[in-house]
Design a protein around this ligand. Structure first.
Ligand code: VGL
Ligand code: ZN
Length: 181
């Protein structure tokens, strides 16, 4: 069984948001197109309290119950079986969807007989990276959907480096076209 993880497709990571990736919203139509191909779809939300140590490293973003923390308005949420909230404490960065505090994501996937995890969303160099690496660690065959991710790129080559790290860890890079074919 196959799961799609949609990482942090929230307003603050899209154009005009507090921590925007370049063209983050462009992943939305790609994700909407492929979601029906999966047995289980989990969407994570970066979900920070107003005050957190995380904001010593980053501009304030994805504060619980604010507009910036909402999913991009065009994301088709009818496909989503489970939302995973992460970064909810005052000390945790919560870069990985596997650090969700409302569910045990590993157990949830295992209970649903998932063996393959496909990672999409924002941002390539932080939450997508950490989610994909954790997925490998938890022994899921892990795919990263290259046209369904965008990077923050604090440094211009961060996204390239992240892709290399994911490949070295054993993630397979795949395009949405291959999933649909
Ligand atoms: C993220 C930086 C800070 C992400 C979250 O979703 O990739 N990046 N918080
Ligand atoms: Zn964050």
């Amino acid at each position: 069984m196959k799961a799609l993880l949609i990482v942090d497709v929230q307003n603050d990571f899209c154009t005009g948001g507090a921590l925007a990736t370049k063209g983050g919203e462009e992943v939305v139509p790609v994700i909407n197109k492929i979601a029906a191909e999966f047995d289980i779809v989990v969407a994570s939300k970066d979900w920070h309290p107003e005050e957190t140590m995380h904001f010593e490293k980053w501009p304030n973003h994805c504060i619980q119950n604010t507009k910036g923390a909402e999913f991009h308005k065009d994301l088709d949420t009818s496909n989503i079986h489970q939302i995973a909230y992460k970064g909810t404490g005052t000390k945790d960065d919560g870069y990985s969807a596997f650090e969700a505090t409302n569910i045990n994501l590993t157990k949830y996937l295992q209970q649903n007989k998932i063996t393959e995890v496909y990672v999409s969303g924002l941002a390539t160099d932080y939450c997508v990276l950490n989610t994909a690496l954790d997925s490998v660690k938890h022994n899921f065959k892990t795919f990263v959907i290259t046209d369904a991710i965008r990077a923050v790129n604090v440094k211009s080559d961060d996204s390239e480096k992240a892709l290399e790290k994911m490949k070295s860890a054993g993630c397979k890079l795949i395009s949405s076209e291959v999933i649909l074919s």
